[in-house]
Design a protein around this ligand. Structure first.
Ligand code: CMX
Length: 133
């Protein structure tokens, strides 16, 4: 894996959270994007080479709605940039990790993504992401 690409933070109110993170990071959100398939809206901030992704639920049955209900706001996942997501998924399968999608899917910010179950990585939801070239 190349680097941490972004950290995903589950939030309840996108407008309020954007204002807070703009103040905190001293930079404006550079992109907002809904991801229909995941039932979320996203907002991205650049921090050096890395990014922060704010995630708000747009559907009652979304993974973020469930997370907020159970754990409240906070860090939801860590995403790692990978060169070849298919090869990395194959490698992780071989190492015994449970992948939450059989094939990469289209995520926010022009990425192919795949999630690894948090039970297999010490309670941390891991996302693999590869830039769509
Ligand atoms: N980080 C760490 N642990 C988490 C977690 C997270 N983000 N989400 C759930 N868990 C834990 C729960 O606390 C629970 O633990 P316990 O068994 O100890 O109580 C366990 O995982 C099972 O959780 P659950 O609430 O029963 O939820 P589900 O099994 O229905 O789903 C998960 C959990 C991770 C499999 C599901 O959320 C998923 O498939 N996530 C991947 C997709 C996703 O998160 N999409 C939103 C982001 C989209 C984007 O970035 O664009």
């Amino acid at each position: 894996m190349n680097k941490i690409e972004h950290i995903g933070i589950a939030i309840k109110d996108m407008q309020q959270a954007c204002r807070t993170y703009e103040k905190l990071l001293g930079t404006a959100c550079y992109k907002t994007e809904p991801v229909e398939s995941e039932g979320v809206s996203t907002a991205f901030f650049k921090v050096g080479q890395n990014k922060i992704e704010l995630l708000a639920s747009t559907r009652e049955d979304s993974a973020i709605a469930k997370f907020l209900e159970k754990k409240g706001e906070g860090i939801h996942h860590i995403a790692f940039d990978v060169e070849d997501i298919y090869a990395e998924m194959e490698r992780l399968r071989g190492e015994g990790f449970t992948l939450l999608n059989a094939e990469p899917k289209k995520g926010a910010d022009n990425k192919l993504i795949c999630f690894v179950h948090p039970k297999d990585s010490n309670g941390v939801l891991v996302e693999l992401c590869q830039e769509i070239r």
